[in-house]
Design a protein. Structure first.
Length: 305
């Protein structure tokens, strides 16, 4: 049986490097009341925010603060009706207005709790846009806290990724293109919706993740190549055994076969296993080629920011 191939979309950088577990214990408990999807989204956004901050060369103290803000940014969704929060179709204008209130609800929740009060800005401002087209207050760049600008980029990226149900970074450039378009001002001397400097750091994070995925797939590819070599050796021994003229040689090749067969494999099924591994190897090699091509596309896009 093949070794299980594992890949986690957001597992590139450990938040433990900033000792966040201890400092966020209370804040993270607040997420327990959220639905599974929203909680996972908050965790993803916090992960991305932490890593973007690192590329922005922020201090460790600010990284911890900003990451906590990101964990709590959607806390207000706790009070959004589930039929709206979990609706798969496009929201009606009336439903969208209700959804937008999660920013002010989250802000008020944080302000009422002394331990959460320092992180209220993330909840309130993460849907504001630099060009003034966001909500709840329609602020422009000079009035939007930097932590909210960072969270917005991470939040929008993860929202699109989750909606499109990416299982790999192949074609992830399509999502980045949406954000790239939003970073461009519509009018001269005006801002776009998202901060280009922050977006550039997101690109670096995604490139890290694509390279990590290539590493994971390559590790599995090496495993498949080893298994194929083992099974091809069995195949060679089997042919030699059938052509052997003496009992001694027959036994020699049989022993070689037995030593290389793994649990569940037999002389009757090893060739099928070998064929399956070869197909799997071809698929993984093609996948690596696609990921390498994706990195080239993303790097070209990054230069346009």
């Amino acid at each position: 049986m093949a070794k299980k191939e594992e890949f986690d979309f957001y597992d590139k950088t450990s938040l433990k490097s900033y000792n966040l577990d201890e400092s966020m214990r209370y804040q993270l408990n607040m997420l327990d009341s959220l639905d599974v999807f929203t909680r996972k989204h908050c965790e993803n956004v916090a992960n991305l925010t932490c890593r973007i901050c690192k590329y922005l060369n922020c201090s460790n103290k600010f990284i911890v603060y900003c990451t906590i803000c990101a964990y709590l940014h959607d806390l207000g969704k706790l009070f959004i009706p589930s039929n709206i929060l979990q609706k798969s179709d496009r929201l009606t204008p009336e439903e969208y207005e209700i959804m937008k209130t999660h920013t002010t609800i989250g802000y008020n929740m944080c302000m009422k709790d002394l331990k959460l009060r320092p992180y209220a800005k993330g909840a309130l401002y993460h849907h504001e846009c630099l060009d003034g087209s966001g909500y709840p207050n329609g602020l422009t760049k000079k009035d939007i806290p930097i932590e909210a600008q960072i969270i917005k980029v991470a939040d929008e990226y993860d929202a699109i990724v989750s909606k499109r149900q990416y299982k790999s970074h192949v074609n992830i450039s399509d999502t980045l293109q949406i954000l790239l378009d939003e970073s461009k001002p519509i009018k001269p001397n005006k801002y776009g919706k998202v901060n280009p400097k922050i977006l550039k750091c997101l690109f670096k994070v995604v490139i890290d993740d694509v390279e990590y995925e290539i590493y994971c797939v390559s590790e599995y590819t090496e495993y498949l190549e080893q298994e194929i070599a083992r099974l091809e050796l069995i195949d060679k021994f089997y042919i030699e055994m059938k052509n052997a003229k003496s009992e001694k040689k027959v036994q020699f090749y049989k022993n070689g076969i037995d030593e290389n067969l793994k649990k569940g494999e037999t002389l009757e099924n090893y060739s099928n296993v070998l064929s399956e591994y070869k197909v799997a190897l071809d698929i993984r090699k093609k996948h690596i080629d696609e990921l390498n091509n994706e990195i080239k596309i993303i790097k070209k896009m990054k230069h346009k920011i």
